[in-house]
Design a protein around this ligand. Structure first.
Ligand code: NAD
Ligand code: USQ
Length: 392
C-alpha cells in the first residue's frame, strides 16, 4: 500500500514508518520537524542521539535498500501543499501522528495551551478536509489517547472501545442510543484529542471517510527490530519533565541512580503499550480498513494497566534505586482503578509484549549507554496544572 505517515520523524512515527516500509508498504513521511525545535526551546535533547532526518532516511536506504520519501510541511498550516500531496501520492492509508503530544508541555503557559489546541485541532481538521478533496477513498488511522475517557468514573466498569450504550431521558421520554463514551480530558493536550473525536464523527457521517481512531495508552520502550538495524536509525528517548513518559522516565532515572519521581501517592492507574506493539497495531489497523460509510472504528491500543507506584516499586526492586514521592504537579485523581477492553486489536492478531518479557532491562541499558547525554536538571516535572495561589 501507499502510506503517508504524518509526524513520521517523532517517537512513534519514526518506528512506525520503518516497520511499514519493512513490511513492503511505500512510505512517505510528512513532518515539520517542530519536535526537534521544541527540544531547543526546552533546552533538552533526546537521551539517544537521533540523527537528522536526511541521515535517517539514507541509513534506511542503505540498510534495507528501500526508499522512504520525506516532505517537510506543517500539516496544521500549509493546507494547499497538504491537499496537493494527497493528490500526488494517492495514498491508500494516512497515519496521523502530527500533533503536540505532551500533557505537561500543553499546560506550561497561555502560549503552550493555545499552541497545542491550534496545532492539534487544525492539523486534524486539515487532514480530513484535504482527504475529502483529494483522496476520499483513503483510510485515516489516527493516534488518539486513552486519556479521552478520563480515569475517574469507571469504578467496577470496563472501558469499552469508544462507544457506550446510554439511555437518554428528557421531558418524560427516553431513548436508548449508542454514543461516544463521555469525554473527560485531564489536560489541554488530552482535550485536543476529544475535539479530534468530534471531527472524525462528523467527517465519517457526512463524507463517509474511512477512519480508525486508536486510543493509545502510554508508550514505553524505545527500540524496535527496525530501529536496531543501524545506529543511525536510533529512536527518540524522552526523559525530561515535559515529554518523558512515566515508565521510560523511571527506567532512565534508575540507570542514572536518580530517585524515582512518583507524583503524589502514585495511586494513578494507567494503560501501557510497548513501542514494538504500537507499530504492529498500526500495521494491523492498516490491513483492515473500515468500509466507507461505517462509523469511526475505535480501538483501545494498550496491552496492560499498572498503578504508577507499583511500576516504581518494580523498577526499584530491579535496580536498587529508591522511590521518592513528589508533590503532584498535576490535577488528577490520587487513586483510580482502570480496566480496559482491547479485544479488537487482539482479534486482529496482536500478541502483547508484557513488562514481564524482560524488555525493561533493555531500556535501562540503552539509558546507561547514553547516560552522559542526560541533563539531570531537566528531570523534575515543573509544569503546573493549577496556578499557585498568590502569597498573602
Ligand atoms: P512526538 O512528539 O515524538 O512526534 C510527533 C511528530 O509530529 C513530531 O515529529 C513533530 O515534529 C510532528 N508534528 C507535530 N505537529 C506537526 C504539524 N503541525 N505538522 C507536521 N508535523 C507535526 O510524539 P509521539 O510520542 O510520537 O506521539 C505521536 C502521536 O501518538 C501523538 O498524536 C500522540 O498523541 C499519540 N500518542 C503518543 C503516546 C506516547 O506515549 N508517546 C501515547 C498515546 C498516544
Ligand atoms: N507520573 C509520575 N511521575 C513522573 C511522570 C508521570 O508519577 O515522573 C504520573 C503522572 O502524574 C500521571 C501518570 O504518571 O499520573 C502518567 O503520566 P505520563 O506523563 O506518563 O502520561 P500522560 O501525561 O498521560 O501522557 C502520555 C503521552 C500522551 C498519551 C498518554 C496516554 O505523553 O501522548 O496520550 O500518555 S494516556 O495516559 O493513556 O492518556
Amino acid at each position: 500500500m501507499k502510506v503517508i505517515v504524518l509526524g513520521g520523524d517523532g517517537f512513534c512515527g519514526w518506528a512506525t514508518s520503518l516497520h511499514l516500509s519493512a513490511e513492503g508498504h511505500e512510505v512517505t513521511i510528512v513532518d515539520n520537524l517542530v519536535r526537534r525545535r521544541t527540544d531547543e526551546e526546552l533546552g533538552v535533547q533526546s537521551l539517544t542521539p537521533i540523527r537528522p532526518i536526511g541521515d535517517r532516511l539514507q541509513a534506511w536506504r542503505e540498510t534495507r535498500n528501500t526508499p522512504i520519501d520525506f516532505v517537510e510541511l506543517d500539516v496544521a498550516k500549509d493546507y494547499d501543499r497538504l491537499e496537493q500531496l494527497f493528490r500526488d501520492v494517492r495514498p491508500d492509508a494516512i497515519v496521523h501522528f502530527a500533533e503536540q503530544r505532551a500533557a505537561p508541555y500543553s499546560m506550561k503557559s497561555p502560549w503552550h495551551k493555545r499552541y497545542t489546541v491550534d496545532n492539534n485541532v487544525n492539523a486534524t481538521s486539515a487532514v480530513l478536509c484535504a482527504m475529502v478533496e483529494a483522496c476520499p477513498d483513503a483510510h485515516l488511522v489516527h493516534l488518539g489517547t486513552m486519556g479521552v475517557y478520563g480515569y475517574g468514573k469507571t469504578k467496577g466498569m470496563t472501558i469499552p472501545e469508544g462507544y457506550i450504550e446510554a439511555t437518554l431521558r428528557s421531558a418524560g421520554a427516553e431513548a436508548d442510543v449508542e454514543i461516544l463514551y463521555p469525554a473527560d480530558p485531564g489536560s489541554i493536550y488530552h482535550m485536543t484529542k476529544t475535539l479530534d473525536q468530534l471531527l472524525f464523527l462528523y467527517y465519517a457521517k457526512n463524507d463517509a471517510l474511512s477512519i480508525t481512531d486508536l486510543h493509545q495508552g502510554i508508550v514505553w520502550g524505545t527500540s524496535t527490530p527496525e530501529t536496531d538495524l543501524d545506529e543511525r536509525l536510533v529512536n527518540r528517548f524522552d526523559y525530561d519533565g515535559d515529554y518523558g513518559t512515566v515508565l521510560n522516565r523511571f527506567l532512565c532515572q534508575a540507570a542514572l541512580g536518580h530517585p524515582l519521581t512518583v507524583h503524589g501517592t502514585g495511586g494513578q492507574t494507567r494503560a501501557f503499550i510497548h513501542i514494538r506493539d504500537t507499530v504492529r497495531c498500526i500495521a494491523l489497523a492498516i490491513q483492515s480498513p473500515p468500509t466507507r460509510g461505517e462509523r469511526v472504528r475505535i480501538m483501545n491500543q494498550m496491552t496492560e494497566t499498572h498503578r504508577v507506584r507499583d511500576l516504581a516499586q518494580m523498577v526499584s526492586e530491579m535496580t536498587g534505586v529508591p522511590v521518592a514521592l513528589q508533590g503532584n504537579p498535576r490535577k488528577e485523581m490520587a487513586e483510580n482503578d482502570l480496566v480496559v477492553a482491547n479485544d479488537t486489536l487482539i482479534g486482529l492478531g496482536l500478541e502483547p509484549t508484557r513488562l514481564s518479557d524482560g524488555l525493561m532491562d533493555e531500556v535501562v541499558s540503552v539509558a546507561r549507554r547514553y547516560a552522559e547525554r542526560c541533563d539531570t536538571s531537566r528531570i523534575p516535572s515543573r509544569s503546573l496544572w493549577v496556578k499557585p495561589l498568590a502569597a498573602e
